[in-house]
Design a protein around this ligand. Sequence first.
Ligand code: PRT
Ligand code: MG
Length: 212
Amino acid sequence: MILPLRIALSKGRILDDTLPLFAKIGIAPTEEDQRSRKLILNTNREDVQFIIIRATDVPTYVEYGAADMGVVGKDVLVEYGGSSFYEPLDLQIAKCRMMVAALKGEQPQTSVRPRVATKYVNITHDYFARLGIQAEVVKLYGSMELAPLVGLADYIVDLVETGNTLKANGLEATDLVMEVSSRLIVNKASMKMRHQQVTELLSKLRGVVGEE
Ligand code: PRT
Ligand code: MG
């Protein structure tokens, strides 16, 4: 019996796009597991196991080798920083844009030290620093759109897909920070030690990416 290759999947919206991708290459959680609330899901292949965790935890599991591979948004990867794993494949799912947004019609750029609310503190800090702006970055854990409405911040940095959330709150996107999609990441030791298993999955996934 070989040790199963463990793949960390981000729960939530990324998972909805990830499972169909794995299904296309013939890997699916076993039926009984899908209905349960188990965090470790066996699959129809005894050499592959999924773990379902919060998106922001995926890089940590993969860096420390608790998972051999992971699927996570580029937003989370860049915010996490460093280069402690390989990022061999853009899965082209859960696409969106990270944008700067502000109250529609306002010009808060006149502020000497704009306050920016976001959950992407590192990315936001770097982004404004590159523009030569010393922003005061305020960390929030959700509902960033509220911050400009109640005077907590001049700007937000958040993900935008359709733009409906911004619109519904009287906000407009002002600048693009980065294009976001989900990526496959691989633990560095696993890439060496389990090379055959990893490359088999990698090339199969590469074959179905962007197929639709
Ligand atoms: O719930 P938890 O705190 O664990 O994490 P989460 O809420 O961040 O997870 P989840 O399930 O929302 O998935 C987040 C990941 O999905 C991100 O890291 C991105 O890589 C990816 N993704 C893709 C998105 C979006 N598109 C997206 N539109 N994540 C969030 N949004 C949100 C955005 O923050 C905003 O509130 O959707 C809203 C905007 O959508 P539109 O269509 O109104 O523009
Ligand atoms: Mg959520």
